[in-house]
Design a protein around this ligand. Structure first.
Ligand code: UDP
Ligand code: MG
Length: 155
């Protein structure tokens, strides 16, 4: 158990479908703290870095086009084991295979237009938070809900 921060991007499909509030609401209701939030337009340079593991794949040009179709919303979310919690909430990559109850399962029917990006481990979370947020854009405000969210030995 560790208090972690993770990066989420609300993809252009989410912005275009007016689901920004709905998806952010799910993270808030879960009990994750919003430590950073902004709208930004992604370009090919940042997408090549962010999706470096996929640049050779045939779908990469289409992925870049879809990820830069509109601005995205970047979120820095904090909670105990937040990286895994958020990946579980997102569900598997393909929205057609993701179970109802997951974000992708509830809002997506696509393997590409799948609502959110979420960091997949501690190293990627650290690198991705740095990629999308300046230090001064991450806020450590205290939430009074903490005692209701966690047992004393969990935090
Ligand atoms: N993607 C795609 N086609 C594929 C696999 C992935 O368009 O066959 C896109 C999809 O939008 C996915 C992103 O590339 O979210 C990153 O892929 P990754 O395998 O890292 O999946 P994720 O971590 O987003 O679940
Ligand atoms: Mg990934």
């Amino acid at each position: 158990m560790a208090l972690e921060k993770t990066l989420v991007l609300l993809k252009p499909c989410t912005v275009q479908r007016a689901l920004i509030g709905e998806v952010i609401n799910r993270f808030e209701k879960k009990g994750l703290r919003i430590a950073g939030l902004k709208m930004m337009q992604l370009d090919d340079a940042i997408l090549r870095e962010h999706y470096a593991h996929l640049v050779e794949r045939p779908f990469f040009p289409g992925l870049c086009a879809s990820m830069s179709a509109t601005p995205v919303i970047a979120l820095a979310l904090e909670g105990v084991d937040a990286i895994e919690v958020v990946r579980q909430m997102a569900g598997p990559t393909n929205g057609r295979k993701a179970l109802p109850g997951t974000i992708r399962g509830d809002y997506s029917v696509s393997g590409q237009q799948n609502i959110v990006h979420a960091s997949d481990g501690p190293e990627t979370a650290a690198a991705e938070l740095k990629r999308f947020f300046k230090d001064e854009e991450i806020f450590d405000w205290a939430t009074p809900q903490q005692v209701a969210l966690y047992a004393s030995d969990e935090i």
